[in-house]
Design a protein. Structure first.
Length: 349
C-alpha cells in the first residue's frame, strides 16, 4: 500500500526474479510516501529510514552538514542498520554509543551521532511510524574538549603554495587564504560575482554533485562585498584558461554553472575532495594539515596584524559586525580596499 484514493487503500505491485530483487523494488515504493512507510513499517529497517531522512534533509542543510550526516549514518548502520525501525529500543542506542566509545571516537562525535539519530527517530515518531522516540530516554554523551582552530604561518603558506603551483588547486587555495571566504562560498562563486576588483558574496554551496544545491550564506552579514589585490586578480585570469581547457576536454560531459572554481566537469567541487587535496599538499610541503575552514582562519589570523580589526571582521562577514556597526559607520569603498592586501604584504613576504 502506497497511499489512499477516495478513502480506499492504493496498492502497487512489484515483481522480482528473486526475493532480494523484489525487496529492492518494493523499498523504492516505500520511500515515495510516508503513508507507504506507515503501512509497511514492520518491513523498514533503520538503515532504510536514515537513508530517506538524509535525502529529505539534503535540500535544507549545508554541504558540510550533509557530509557529517552521511558519516554519522555509517557509524550507526555498522551496528544497528539491519534492525527494523519499529523495533529500535533505548537499549540499542545505548549499545551504539558504547560501541562508538570502544572504537575511540571522540565524545564530540558520539554526541553528534546521538543527536542525528534522535532527530531522525523524532521524524518517524511525528509521522506515527513509531509510538515513541527511544532516544528521548537517554542523555546525550558528554562533549569533549573542542579542538582549537589552527592557522598556517606565513612561511607555511609559502611552502603550501609552492607545492600547489602548477596544479588546479593553486588558485582556489590562494584565493581562500587571501580573502578569507568560507569553503562553501569559495565553490559557489561565479564569474558574475566579480566586477573589476570587487567580489560579491551572495550565496554558498549546500550540496555538490551533478545536481548541486546553493543557498544563502551563513548569516545576513555574510552577504558582503570586498576587494581583491592585483596579484590575486592575475591568478584568477590565468586560472580561467585552465578552466577553458578542462571544458574543451570534457566536451558534452561539461555542466556549465559559470563557476570560478569548478570541478573538471564544470560541477561544484566537493569539500571532501578539497580536503583530500589540502592533506596531500600539506604532506608534500611538510607542514601541518589544515582543514578548508582553517584557510579562512589563516587569512584572519595573519591579515589582522596588518589591518584594522573592524575592517577585517567586515571583510570576513562575521555575524558580530552587527554590533560593530552600532559604534562604527559602514566602511567606505576605499577603506575596504585597504584590506585587499597583496599576499606578500599580508603574510610578510
Amino acid at each position: 500500500m502506497v497511499g489512499y484514493r477516495n478513502g480506499r487503500p492504493l496498492r502497487k505491485s512489484v515483481y522480482g526474479r528473486t526475493k532480494q530483487e523484489y525487496w529492492e523494488k518494493a523499498l523504492q515504493l516505500l520511500n515515495q510516501s510516508p503513508l507507504a512507510l506507515l503501512a509497511n513499517a514492520d518491513k523498514v529497517t533503520l538503515k532504510r529510514w536514515l537513508e530517506r531522512f538524509i535525502r529529505d534533509k539534503a535540500p535544507e542543510v549545508r554541504q558540510n552538514t550533509l557530509e557529517n550526516y552521511q558519516q554519522y549514518f555509517r557509524y550507526i548502520v555498522a551496528d544497528l542498520g539491519g534492525i527494523l525501525l519499529t523495533e529500535i529500543k533505548s537499549a540499542h542506542i545505548d549499545f551504539l554509543l558504547r560501541s562508538l566509545a570502544e572504537r575511540n571516537l571522540s565524545p564530540s562525535v558520539r554526541k553528534h551521532v546521538y543527536h542525528f539519530l534522535k532527530k531522525a527517530l523524532r521524524k518517524a515518531y511525528q509521522l506515527d511510524i513509531i509510538p515513541a522516540n527511544p532516544a528521548d530516554k537517554l542523555d546525550a554523551p558528554k562533549g569533549g574538549t573542542v579542538r582549537t582552530t589552527s592557522a598556517w604561518t606565513p612561511s607555511e603558506v609559502k611552502r603550501v603554495l609552492a607545492a600547489a603551483e602548477g596544479t588546479r588547486w593553486y588558485a582556489p587555495i590562494r584565493f581562500a587564504i587571501t580573502t578569507g571566504v568560507r569553503p562553501g562560498e569559495l565553490f559557489a562563486l561565479q564569474y558574475g560575482d566579480i566586477q573589476g576588483s570587487k567580489v560579491k558574496i551572495s550565496r554558498t554551496l549546500l550540496a555538490a554533485g551533478p545536481t548541486p544545491v546553493f543557498g544563502k550564506p551563513k548569516t545576513k552579514s555574510s552577504e558582503r562585498v570586498f576587494h581583491l589585490d592585483a596579484g590575486t586578480l592575475a591568478v584568477l585570469e590565468q586560472y580561467r584558461y585552465l578552466v577553458e581547457e578542462e571544458r574543451a576536454l570534457a566536451g558534452s560531459r561539461w555542466r556549465d554553472f559559470a563557476l570560478v572554481f569548478p570541478s573538471s566537469l564544470g560541477t561544484p567541487v566537493s569539500i571532501n575532495n578539497f580536503r583530500r587535496a589540502l592533506r596531500s599538499l600539506a604532506e608534500a610541503a611538510q607542514v601541518p594539515y589544515r582543514t578548508p575552514h582553517e584557510l579562512r582562519h589563516t587569512h584572519i589570523t595573519l591579515i589582522r596584524r596588518k589591518a584594522d580589526v573592524k575592517l577585517v571582521s567586515r571583510k570576513a562577514g562575521h555575524a558580530d559586525t552587527v554590533l560593530t556597526d552600532k559604534v562604527y559607520n559602514h566602511p567606505e569603498d576605499d577603506d575596504l580596499k585597504a584590506v585587499a592586501l597583496p599576499l606578500e604584504r599580508a603574510f610578510g613576504g
